[in-house]
Design a protein around this ligand. Structure first.
Ligand SMILES: C[S@@+](CC[C@H](N)C(=O)[O-])C[C@H]1O[C@@H](n2cnc3c(N)ncnc32)[C@H](O)[C@@H]1O
Length: 453
């Protein structure tokens, strides 16, 4: 049973999911706030056999790495869990977590883990943000982000320091437009209403902005006035789309899309090339730091002009397109058909002729006639957070490429996969963490495996 009285806890560490960690009577306690070196007064909210969870009520003694957060929403928002920690210490924690995952999950001690590459901009680095509409109990509505730890509650956002001031102004303007025209907001409890999400994507280099209104099924009310007045207010908005979805799942993706204004996509520049971004296509959300990530990957991979490169989980083709001028040939594989279409367009946009794409599950494409009998000198994998599917792993190992570059957004699944890869005639040459998401718990890394036999 949770304790009624608050208890004093010394915070020792930060956990992988952004929580802080201490001990009480020998048992691990995960707290919702607090930094290493601090003493907090916390109420136990859940008690399990091996650990407890606690809500911090007061920070009794502060550590020297604590700083004043810039955002007024920091306590309620699920985004910037580490904004009150100085950036140097955020980096040190991420570095340490990569090493800990490699040791504890991967069983890999003494791995060469380079110093994490920091992000030049601590704030306003995101090129994409997703805001939710949410009906309040008083029948008004909020437009904003998820309350910390709550998938079912949204607070009304006035400012966010992760995308741009322009994005904040578009949120406020859209909220007022929907409120003043009394457009119904979607209610997740009975699945009625219309407005579901507002997604804003910005080309940080090109200045182009895409506004995506995700709605229930039906035509956008006040469509013409919405488009004309938004474009007058925000000349940076170069395209507006409406995505309609009948699905109950709370995801900001539509089954059908209508272009309300502009070409339906924006462009971004990266490493001197140009990339097209549409409402639903994957694109790294920190453009500048994605360049650092990809450059880091190429620094590890050392591609040469005779290499045949396989780019698995290629999304809109960014890695393969950037590598194409360095190698003989690139093959990209991706699940989402729209992403493949954009990847092909992006290749044409940049006059890349030595690249081809296949659509499908990596595990299936690796087993298909399309790739039968083909050999690759280098393979890049950049899977989603879940890491490599066991069958994808098995078929990847069968390729026996000399070099395997693994880009990961999850050190835990990366370490699990690394444990397997090093048992298959590969050695883990080097890991380089890259901080793509300052203020948050998210960690990205690039790692090179080399074939030993
Ligand atoms: C982390 S993103 C990497 C995208 C790309 N490499 C880039 O840097 O822009 C992962 C990609 O894997 C794709 N994906 C997810 N599961 C897949 C699967 N089973 N087979 C192929 N692609 C998959 C997703 O659609 C997404 O585009």
């Amino acid at each position: 049973m949770p304790d009624k009285e608050p208890v004093q806890i010394e915070i020792e560490d930060l956990a992988f999911d952004g929580k802080s960690v201490g001990h009480l009577n020998g048992k691990v306690v995960f707290c919702d706030r607090g930094l290493p070196g601090e003493t907090v007064l916390a109420r136990i909210t859940r008690s399990r056999a091996r650990y407890s969870q606690a809500a911090v009520e007061e920070i009794i003694s502060k550590c020297t790495d604590r700083r004043e957060p810039v955002c007024p929403h920091v306590r309620q928002c699920g985004g910037c869990t580490w904004q009150d920690l100085i950036y140097a210490r955020q980096l040190a924690c991420k570095q340490q977590q990569v090493v800990a995952c490699l040791e504890h999950i991967g069983g890999l001690e003494n791995t060469d883990v380079a110093a994490i590459r920091p992000c030049e901009s601590e704030f306003f680095y995101r090129n994409k943000m997703e805001f939710s509409f949410h009906v309040r109990p008083d029948n008004g509505f909020n437009l904003g982000l998820h309350r910390r730890g709550r998938f079912d509650d949204i607070f009304d956002l006035t400012e966010c320091h992760l995308q741009s001031d322009l994005s904040n102004r578009i949120v406020a303007w859209t909220r007022e437009f929907v409120r003043s025209r009394e457009i119904p907001v979607y209610d997740v409890r009975d699945h009625t209403g219309f407005m579901r999400f507002l997604v804003i994507r910005e080309g940080k280099r090109t200045g182009q902005v895409l506004v995506n209104l995700v709605t229930n099924v039906g035509s956008m009310p006040f469509k013409d006035i919405l488009v004309s007045s938004m474009c007058v207010e925000f000349p940076q908005v170069t395209t507006i789309v409406q995505n309609q979805t009948a699905k109950k799942a709370n995801v900001a993706v539509g089954e059908s899309e209508e272009i309300l204004y502009g070409p339906g996509y924006i462009e971004e520049e990266m490493c001197g090339l140009r990339f097209r971004i549409m409402s639903n296509s994957f694109f790294q959300t920190n453009s500048r730091q994605a360049e650092v990530l990809y450059e880091t990957g190429f620094e590890l991979l050392q591609p040469v002009s005779t290499d045949r490169l396989l780019d698995l989980y290629c999304g809109t083709g960014t890695i393969g397109i950037l590598a194409a001028s360095k190698v003989a040939e690139v093959i990209g594989v991706e699940l989402v058909p729209d992403a493949i279409e954009i990847a092909r367009k992006n290749s044409a946009l940049n006059n890349i002729g030595n690249i081809a794409f296949f659509q499908g599950h990596v595990k299936d494409v690796l087993n298909s006639d399309a790739l039968a009998g083909q050999a690759f000198d280098a393979v890049v994998v950049d899977p989603p957070r879940a890491g490599l599917h066991p069958r994808a792993m098995k078929r990847l190992m069968r390729l026996r490429s000399d070099k395997l570059l693994y880009i990961s957004c999850n050190p835990a699944t990366f370490s699990r996969d690394a444990r397997h890869i090093v048992r298959q005639e590969y050695s883990l040459h080097r890991v380089i963490p890259v901080d793509m998401f300052p203020q948050t718990k998210h960690i990205e890394l690039a790692a090179l495996f080399q074939r030993t036999k």
